[in-house]
Ligand binder design. Structure first.
Ligand code: ZN
Length: 530
């Protein structure tokens, strides 16, 4: 009997289930109905079940014996043997029939799009994996194969195929297909059904194809080139992917990873991953259409993480509505800004700009001009149809560029709707730190603005739009700059630390920025990307 002391009906049931069959037989033989301790009357629901089960068993045995006796030596026995023989033969034939049937109708098969239909020659991608890693353990999001509309081309550059795959695994990325330098195609058999992380923004609709080496290697390696070209020709035909790299915004076509990063971000490094020259050659070879960067659809419109500006177009379209000599600024609202004898910002130091609305400031973004001169910096802003709210000259004087502090300044993508933008004149971070009077002025400005607009003195969470941030932090989050470099720091984290810590704020290093490991950053925090 069970050691437990069951109380409810459920407990009694459980205790019965735990007892062995032999126990039940013994109880039956002894005429005793099993009951649990503490249960006074036998459970009536169990009695008939036990009786019926045992009686039925006896009955079946009796019938079997009587049937064997009755047919022993009779015609029936011979017939029975014949039937069994026939069955034996027909089982084989029937199996054959079933096999043919299932082969003819794909519905009976386990669908394997790679080996059966698309890439019969390919070897499993897992052949390139380190010994202790299995394909099943690589994380992916399931997808509907009919959603796949693009191919993204990657290059392993100087890395060998197996190293490239190993590093991808270590950094939680993966690609679907790889063509090695011998032209051998390796593929994940389920590549159409799996979304792998390789190029955020496009992963859910893309087949990631990598090739071993650089595009120059491939263009001088006929075997590998043919293999890549045939693969792309076949995939574009079979999955109806446009043979064109024109429109990455539509996510339809064949693109290099380089192009994908420029539109959607998700950068780790700035390699020309995929190779424009190679894609040009392949597209020409398979009667597709190649477009160079200047002719990618809407390349000069906004929306690209890595902007491209057309100087001529910018100058032609620049029709300033506000600023120096056009509109009158209101009186300066904080003491640290230079003013004339009537209390207005110094007109000749202001910028001409396009009015872009007003904001309720909740944050400040610091920039350095990378140009060591005030008026050249001002001219550069105007040439690019941009503006900051304030600019601090090398001598430590701060000027208001726009009409009011609440005018929306266009200076750092993602933050312009919320933050006051301060440009600081210097050619680099070292010069910034050396300019002591200027640094003191920047501190005063930050203190006065933070007090006026209740802005916390911290750089922890840029997505909160609440705090004091570097332009680089904004670039890493939202991109939108023509100068986008994973290594650059504008105005320099060293400078940010100096400012925040010396005014009683709290400085956070990059690894401690809120959610820095997330995938929704223009520049990801990884060491490698396929
Ligand atoms: Zn890539």
């Amino acid at each position: 009997m069970s050691k437990a002391r069951p109380k409810s009906k459920l407990d009694i049931g459980l205790s019965f289930r735990k007892t062995s069959c032999n126990d039940l037989k013994l109880w039956y033989a002894s005429g005793e109905i099993p009951r649990s301790p503490g249960v006074t009357s036998p459970g009536p629901q169990f009695t008939p079940l036990i009786e019926i089960a045992v009686k039925a068993k006896h009955l079946r045995a009796n019938l079997r014996n009587r049937f064997r006796e009755s047919i022993n030596g009779s015609k029936l026995a011979i017939l029975s043997r014949k039937i069994r023989c026939l069955l034996c033969h027909n089982t084989f034939k029937f199996s054959l029939f079933l096999l043919l049937l299932t082969a003819c109708f794909p519905i009976f098969r386990k669908k394997n799009l790679l080996t059966d239909v698309l890439l019969p020659e390919a070897k499993p991608l897992s052949f390139l994996f380190p010994q202790n890693v299995k394909l099943e353990n690589i994380p992916f999001q399931p997808r509907d194969p009919s959603n796949v509309t693009s191919i993204i081309l990657h290059s392993t550059e100087k890395r060998k195929a197996a190293d490239y795959i190993r590093l991808s695994i270590e950094n939680k990325f993966m690609i679907h297909i790889l063509v090695d330098k011998f032209g051998v195609v390796y593929a994940d058999p389920e590549f159409l059904k799996k979304t792998f992380l390789a190029s955020p923004g496009l992963d859910d609709v893309s087949i990631h194809v990598a090739y071993e080496g650089t595009q120059e290697n491939v263009l001088t390696n006929q075997i590998q080139y043919n293999s890549i070209r045939n693969l792309i020709a076949q995939l574009t035909e079979d999955i109806s992917i446009p043979k064109s790299n024109e429109d990455i915004i539509s996510k339809k076509g064949i693109f290099t990873h380089n192009q994908a990063k420029r539109r959607f971000g998700g950068f780790v490094d700035f390699s020309m991953c995929g190779g424009e020259k190679l894609i040009q050659t392949v597209l020409a070879d398979i009667h597709g259409n190649f477009y160079d960067e200047d002719h990618w659809k809407d390349r000069y419109e906004s929306g690209w993480v890595l902007k491209k500006e057309n100087k001529q177009k910018l100058q032609e379209s620049f029709k300033p509505t506000n600023g120096r000599g056009i509109t009158k600024a209101v009186k300066t609202a904080i003491p640290s800004i230079e003013k004339d004898e009537s209390g207005f910002p110094i007109e000749s130091y202001r910028v001409r700009y396009t009015h872009r609305g007003r904001i309720n400031p909740t944050c400040i973004v610091l920039h350095y001009t990378a140009i060591p001169d005030y008026f050249n910096s001002l001219k550069t802003l105007e040439n690019r149809n941009l503006t900051a709210t304030l600019m601090v000259d090398k001598d430590g004087k701060a000027y208001q560029l726009v009409d009011e502090l609440e005018e929306r300044a266009a200076a750092a993508t993602g933050t312009n709707d919320n933050c006051i933008q301060i440009e600081i004149v210097a050619k680099d971070t070292a010069e910034l730190i050396a300019q002591v009077n200027q640094t003191e002025k920047v501190k005063s400005l930050v203190i006065e603005l933070a007090s006026k607009y209740k802005i916390p003195l911290t750089n922890e969470d840029i997505t909160s739009y609440s705090g004091i941030f570097s332009h680089t932090q904004a670039k890493k989050k939202w991109g939108g700059s023509i100068f986008l470099n994973a290594k650059d720091f504008d105005p320099g984290e060293e400078y940010m630390e100096l400012i925040l810590n010396s005014i009683g704020g709290k400085y956070f290093t990059e690894t401690n920025w809120r959610n820095r490991d997330g995938l929704d950053w223009a520049i990801l925090s990884r060491n490698f990307q396929p």
